[in-house]
Structure formats: structure tokens, C-alpha cells
Design a protein around this ligand. Structure first.
Ligand code: FES
Length: 372
């Protein structure tokens, strides 16, 4: 298919653009360096955001309210973003789900759970202050509201899987909750649940919305709470009309796998997102090293066979772009010119060239040439 040429702005308009003139003389990095000294989020084209609010959301989760600069292109409910910060001189990037619906003031919210041993989540939950500036990636993710939301829905949230579902629910509520929606939300303990008061208030306000909190480690349960892991008996009791519902499930890999097994063939439709880091290596490829040639930089490195390529190349001192480190955001993707890789989640081997190989969830199974 032939590409349709984009109309160019009139010559006079092009000539008048101050940035187009400046671009000839100043590199964007240099511009950003000086501009951020005048205002912390002024940049040439790089999206940045300033923390303008923070609120404890549960025992171990905090919601940060961010004001993006004008280079951020917005999001659809259910999507995620990469946030980048410098911690002890090391720049780190991780993916977080947006938890609010789009707001009139353009601000966005992420709800961050403190992960044991996670430097970035600890920084955002404990150390980040109002006024701090973070790098902001463009939004990504496909589990958003479809064009038509007709028919009843079921959301299954495991732990921090509630965040993108909360964004979808808030957007749905802002439209008057036009279709029936049931949310089943699992946590280990009551004090790990987020958004409890708001969820209860929404259930009071909209009879077509029902929320069930499911706690796996609490002995005493309050009204509206249940106990146990996801199972067919619980689902038939709480969602007797499952076959009429479209289902979104979000949470750790094991939770999403169980949901898929129990629900996918019985529901009207099923979509899921799992937040699970891949295994660091796979046994099938254990042992020995392979050579990875970086075509663009002309280097050849020896890395362990079967180990995540992102981890293996970082272990060789390479500074690579990354975000979720779970195969969702595409930030780490690069071209593979030749060689065989194996997917760390599925075990599938790919011997053909690939235009966007996600380094975080693929390991080398043979010598490789990468477009890096
Ligand atoms: S870092 Fe997100 S896909 Fe690899």
C-alpha cells in the first residue's frame, strides 16, 4: 500500500517556527539541560512529569499524582507508562499502570505497590516528594475499553492488578456505568486492598456495579468479603451469569493462568494481562555461552545461553532501555538479524530474523546478531 504523503505546513509557517530555527543550532539534549534550569519540566520533546500529589492507598501502596509536560500524548483507561528516576546515581525505569481515568486538568495518577527488595518501588513509595520530576514514557497497553461496551462485564483483579482495572472502572463510572460490571478483587490481607472506600461508594451509587473483596489470609471476614483463591465454586456463586460476561483479568501470572483456565471458555470473551517477571533463565538452554554480535556498535560479547538477553547484556556493562522487564512495554525491543532465541515464558524457539525482539523475555539459544 502506498503511503499517503502528509501535507507540509506552508513555507512561511515553517520559517516562523522558533523550534525549527533553533534545531539547526542546538541539540535537544543541550536545550533540555538549559531549559530544565529555567523550569523543571521544560524540554525540547522529552515527556517529563512533576509529582504534584501523593496519597497512601493501602499499607504498602501509594498513589502519585503527576503533572506531565506538553510532550506527553495522553492515555486510554487501562494503559501503563514507564517512569524513570535516578536513584543513587543510577537511572532506573519501570512500568506502572495508570489508576485514574483521564482528567480535565491533564494530571495522571499511578498507584505504586512497594515490592520487597524493589529499589524503584521503594523510592516512589517512600522517598519521592512533591515537586520531584520523573521521566515519563508514552502510554502503552491494549486492555482498554473496546468501541462498544455493550453487555455485562466481569473484572478479576489479583493484588496490584487492580490499578488498570480501577482506571477502566472510573472511566466507566464517569459515563454513568452504562453496562453491568462485577469486580472480584483478591488480596492476601485487608490492609493491602486499595480504593476500598471508593469501590464501596460506587457500588452504593450504581446498582449495576458489584464489588467482592476476596482475602486469602484473613481469618475474620467483614460484610462484602470472601475468602479463598480463585476457583470454579466461588465463581459460580458470585457470578452466576458468567457466560454472558466479557472478562478482563489482571494480576500475577499464576492468578491470570488460573483465571484463564476457569473462565476463558465459559465467558462471552476473555482478555488478560499478567504482571510476572520471566524466569532469569531456562533449563532447556542451561550451560555454556554463546556469542552475541552487536551489529550497530561492532562489538561481540559472550553471554550465558538461556539467560534473559536484557540481564545478560546488562551484565556485560551495556546500558539498555527497559521498562516493565516482563515483555509488555516493548521498550527493550531491538532487531534480531540472525540466530535462534527462546521465549522465557513459553519456551518457543524462533530462528527467523525478528524486527522487534523483546530482550527481557528472550534468551539466546545460539550465536546471535542483534541490531544494537
Ligand atoms: S522492558 Fe518492557 S518489554 Fe522488555
Amino acid at each position: 500500500m502506498n503511503a499517503v504523503p502528509r501535507p507540509r505546513p506552508p513555507r512561511a509557517a515553517r520559517a516562523r517556527s522558533p523550534l525549527s530555527l533553533l534545531h539547526r543550532w542546538v541539540a535537544p539534549d543541550v536545550f533540555d539541560f538549559w531549559a530544565t534550569r529555567l523550569h523543571p519540566t521544560w524540554t525540547w520533546e522529552r515527556p517529563l512529569a512533576r509529582i504534584v500529589g501523593r496519597e497512601a492507598q493501602s499499607r504498602d501502596a501509594v498513589t502519585l499524582l503527576l503533572q506531565p509536560n506538553r510532550h506527553w500524548r495522553g492515555f486510554r483507561p487501562g494503559q501503563h507508562v514507564n517512569l524513570g528516576v535516578e536513584i543513587d546515581g543510577v537511572r532506573m525505569t519501570r512500568s506502572y499502570s495508570l489508576s485514574d481515568a483521564p482528567r480535565a486538568d491533564g494530571r495522571i495518577a499511578v498507584t505504586v505497590k512497594h515490592i520487597e527488595g524493589g529499589r524503584m518501588s521503594r523510592h516512589l513509595c517512600q522517598d519521592a516528594r512533591i515537586g520531584d520530576v520523573v521521566d515519563l514514557g508514552q502510554a502503552f497497553g491494549e486492555m482498554t475499553w473496546p468501541q462498544g461496551t455493550e453487555g455485562a462485564w466481569l473484572f478479576l483483579a489479583g493484588g496490584s492488578g487492580i490499578t488498570p482495572l480501577m482506571s477502566l472502572l472510573r472511566a466507566h463510572a464517569a459515563n454513568g456505568l452504562p453496562t453491568a460490571l462485577t469486580l472480584l478483587y483478591w488480596a492476601r490481607n485487608r490492609d493491602e486492598l486499595c480504593f476500598v472506600d471508593e469501590l464501596r461508594a460506587l457500588a452504593q451509587r450504581f446498582p449495576q456495579f458489584t464489588v467482592h473483596f476476596v482475602l486469602t489470609r484473613e481469618r475474620e471476614l467483614a460484610e462484602g468479603e470472601h475468602s479463598g483463591r480463585i476457583g470454579s465454586e466461588m465463581l459460580s456463586a458470585l457470578v452466576p451469569d458468567l457466560e454472558q460476561r466479557a472478562v478482563y483479568a489482571c494480576g500475577p501470572g499464576g492468578f491470570v493462568d488460573s483465571a484463564r483456565t476457569l473462565v476463558a471458555s465459559n465467558a462471552r470473551s476473555f482478555s488478560a494481562e499478567a504482571f510476572t517477571p520471566p524466569p532469569t533463565s531456562i533449563d532447556a538452554e542451561a550451560g555454556g555461552n554463546v556469542e552475541v554480535t552487536l551489529a550497530a556498535s561492532g562489538r561481540t560479547l559472550s553471554v550465558p545461553r538461556g539467560q534473559s538477553l536484557l540481564t545478560a547484556l546488562e551484565g556485560q556493562g551495556l546500558k539498555l532501555a527497559s521498562g516493565c522487564r516482563m515483555g509488555i512495554c516493548n521498550t527493550c525491543a531491538c532487531g534480531k538479524v540472525s540466530g535462534t532465541t527462546r521465549h522465557l515464558h513459553t519456551g518457543d524457539a524462533i530462528g527467523e530474523p525478528v524486527s522487534a525482539l523483546r530482550l527481557c523475555v528472550n534468551a539466546a539459544a545460539s550465536d546471535l546478531v542483534l541490531d544494537l
